[in-house]
Every structure is written in C-alpha cells, then in structure tokens.
Design a protein around this ligand. Structure first.
Ligand code: AHM
Ligand code: MG
Length: 280
C-alpha cells in the first residue's frame, strides 16, 4: 500500500504542474459517460497510468476517463479505480479540483474497497488517505508532510446540495430547504473533492447528490468517486448512504455505474434516512 501512496504523491506533483501551466481547453474526445474530455483530463490520466504501470503490486487499473479495465500484473494485490481530475471544468475559473483513487482487492466493488486517497489541488495541495483512519498530508517544498487526523463531529453546519434543483424529488427539495434551517451554511463549489474536503475539515454537514427525474441513479460514479469518499467518511466517523443503505453495501454491475449519494456526519445522515424512508 505504501508504494501506491508514494506513486499517488509522485503523480500529484506532476498534475499540480499540469494544472498550473496546461491548456484548459476541450479535446475532441468523449469519455464513456459522453462528457467531452478536457485536455487536462486526458493529460492527467496519462500521468497516473504511466506511474501505476511501474508498480508490480497493481493487478489492474481503471480510469473514469477510459472505457475499460487495464490489466497489469497477474500476481498484483491491488486494483485501483481513479478519477484523474475531478471537476476539471473548474480549472479555467481557478476553483479547486481534485484526484480520487479507490483501492480495491479481488474485484472492483464496494465490499472490496480497502483504502482510498484523494488529493485536493487548491491554494495548497493536500492528500487525504483513508485506511483504518483518515490522515491528511500537505505538499510542502516538494514533499507530502503529515498534518492531522480527520475526525467528523456528530453534527455539522455545512450543506452542499448537488445537481439541478428542478429535477429534485419533492421530498428531497423539502429536506434541503427544511431540515437545515438550523444555522447551516451553503458551501457548494461544484467540485466534489473540495466540497467534501471542506465538510470533513470543518467538522461536518451534508453533501448530497441525489437521484433525479432525469438521472434516477445520480451522476457520481461508484468506483471512482462514490465508494472512495464513502470509505473516507465512514473512517472519519461519519456516514455515507444512497438514501436507504450504506454506499459500501451497494452492488456494482458495470464499472461506470453511478449511485445517488449522501455523505455527512451522523446526525445529518440519520435525518436523510428518515426522510427517504418516509418516501419509499
Ligand atoms: P466530473 O467527473 O465530470 O468532473 O463531474 C463530477 C462533478 C463533481 O465534482 C461535482 O460534485 C459534480 O460533478 C457537480 O455536478 P452538478 O453541477 O450537477 O452539481
Ligand atoms: Mg469526476
């Protein structure tokens, strides 16, 4: 596992340089979800793939930006699913973005996730590693230095409600409107890495990306985005659900499957379960 984390550090230093100096324009390619890829998506994907290909411990990799799994070493122990540059369309307006890595054993599915790592590229570069607990590191003078453990409070005060409001189910809209009249502040940038990082570091709240009328299974991808953050939130002492059950119990039938998702501290997650239970 340590060599995978070292490889992610190495990739992140290159991706930081790419973000700072690269072209933010569109490429002429689409990914498997039909999104037009930016040149930055493709370039960061190439960096990560090149670095992981050097590790004997990696059995296979799969990127959000590619259609299929790439098999590497038959005797490797780990499978890695990654989103090379989540929120890449925010780079041109200079908002924070991130990379997300889910590290699995045996098969790419929730019950086999053993670790996750995300890297926030903002005014600072920070890396968060969830294994048994959640540890944050910061890039200083070319090296990642341990800063702190991350532990969520039981109840927070931030809300980050994703997707298009006009497509929300009425009970979801009611929940977002109602239950947070309790001093909650809106903190949604449209980049899940910085949005979820903020909730983790500021002690708690709720991030939601629900199923909607146009996308009943939401937008965020299970293997690359949802399961890695589900592990981080659970290991930080909070929760991660699809509205009804733990995200880490959700089945995956295809590598690019998506899932509605809610990440938060325990009080907020309890409230989502109550609201969604009452509405089937
Ligand atoms: P991407 O993988 O194409 O960058 O999209 C993922 C991003 C997440 O970071 C963010 O939470 C979400 O899309 C925002 O979507 P929306 O604008 O619908 O709220
Ligand atoms: Mg993404």
């Amino acid at each position: 596992m340590q060599e995978i984390i070292k490889a992610i550090e190495e990739a992140s230093i290159e991706i930081k340089e790419l973000i700072e100096t690269g072209d933010t324009g569109k490429s002429d390619q689409e990914n498997s979800t039909g999104d037009t890829q930016l040149k930055l998506d493709i370039a960061s994907d190439i960096i990560i793939e090149r670095i992981f290909k050097q590790l004997p411990t990696v059995k296979a990799i799969v990127s959000e930006e590619q259609e299929d799994i790439i098999n590497l070493n038959e005797n490797g122990e780990y499978l890695i699913a990654y989103d090379p540059l989540d929120g890449s369309s925010l780079v041109d307006v200079n908002l924070s973005v991130g990379s997300i890595y889910g590290i699995y054993k045996n098969e790419f599915n929730a019950k086999n996730i053993v670790a996750s790592v995300y890297v926030v590229f903002g005014p600072r570069v920070e890396m968060v590693v969830a294994i048994d607990d959640v540890k944050m590191y910061r890039l200083k003078h070319g090296k990642f230095e341990f800063i702190q453990n991350i532990v969520l409070k039981q109840k927070g005060n931030l809300k980050a409600p994703g997707s298009t409001q006009s497509a929300w189910a009425p009970h979801h809209k009611q929940m977002v409107d109602d239950i947070f009249n309790d001093g909650y502040r809106l903190r949604y940038s449209g980049g899940m890495v910085p949005d979820l990082h903020q909730i983790l570091l500021k002690g708690g709240g709720l991030f939601s990306y629900p199923g909607t009328t146009d996308k009943p299974k939401g937008k965020l991808r299970q293997l690359f985005e949802v399961f890695p953050f589900a592990l981080a939130y659970e290991k930080a002492g909070g929760g991660a659900i699809d509205g009804h059950k733990r995200l880490l119990e959700v089945e995956t039938t295809h590598i690019h499957d998506t899932s509605p998702c809610f990440f938060g501290s325990n009080e907020e997650i309890k409230r989502v379960l109550e609201v969604y239970k009452a509405h089937g």
